[in-house]
Ligand binder design. Structure first.
Ligand code: GRF
Length: 205
């Protein structure tokens, strides 16, 4: 019998960290099969970093403005993540595109959750753009990050209705609830059972 420890997760954030919190809560159960070993951010003074610290998880911050260029920032981010030897790196509301160095090291195991049903409404205003377009169903997409903007292979999607009286805020919140559940479910399955990527197709477990 092989005795393998829990899969190591590094989570990257830029904001409130509610997705991070859902992962931290899930990881408290040893049966979940994963552990958040570090949290990284591109800015300080965000609630997500406080959540990590409260859970006893080490944090690191790399601000783009502190580096001469994006390549140097990307190298610093890659180096910090490398120190924790993660099996999976999760962008949970991380508002930066990583660069070549990061993808060379973590391609295929760097995943992101987006608050729209890709390939519709990529970018940072998913719920706003979905509302403006008038769609009746939106949702969240978990995907493998590639060098495009929200273009990588899709791991999972969950649909959420758009209601007649929705505002950007109410739709965003409804999507986030479904998004958190999806993230926790799929990260756990990936951690416990692994995954394969073949062309555009991802198979978990
Ligand atoms: C998520 O809805 C994600 O899709 C979007 O930003 C949100 C992050 O929220 N890009 P939180 O920081 O996890 O609360």
């Amino acid at each position: 019998m092989t005795t393998r420890g829990p899969s190591k997760l590094v989570v990257l954030i830029s904001g409130s960290g509610s997705n991070l919190q859902a992962l931290l809560d899930a990881c408290a159960d040893p049966a979940y099969g994963a552990q958040v070993v570090a949290v990284g951010a591109d800015r300080d003074r965000i609630a997500g970093l406080d959540r990590a610290t409260a859970a006893g998880v080490p944090v690191f911050v790399h601000k783009v403005a502190d580096y001469p260029d994006r390549v140097a920032w990307d190298l610093a981010l890659t180096q910090s993540v490398r120190e924790y030897e993660p099996d999976l790196v999760i962008s949970a509301g991380f508002l930066k595109l990583v660069g070549k160095a990061f993808l060379a090291e973590y391609g295929g195991r760097y995943i992101n959750t987006h608050n729209a049903l890709l390939p519709s409404f990529p970018g940072i205003h998913g719920p706003r753009d979905a509302l403006a377009y008038g769609v009746k169903i939106s949702g969240a997409t978990l995907f493998v990050v590639d060098d495009g903007v929200d273009t990588g292979q899709i791991i999972a999607q969950v649909a959420v209705p758009v209601l007649d009286d929705d505002t950007e805020e109410t739709l965003t919140e409804r999507i986030k609830e479904a998004e958190r559940a999806q993230l926790v479910e799929y990260v756990g399955r990936m951690a416990r059972n692994g995954w394969t990527i073949s062309g555009r197709k991802v198979t978990v477990g």
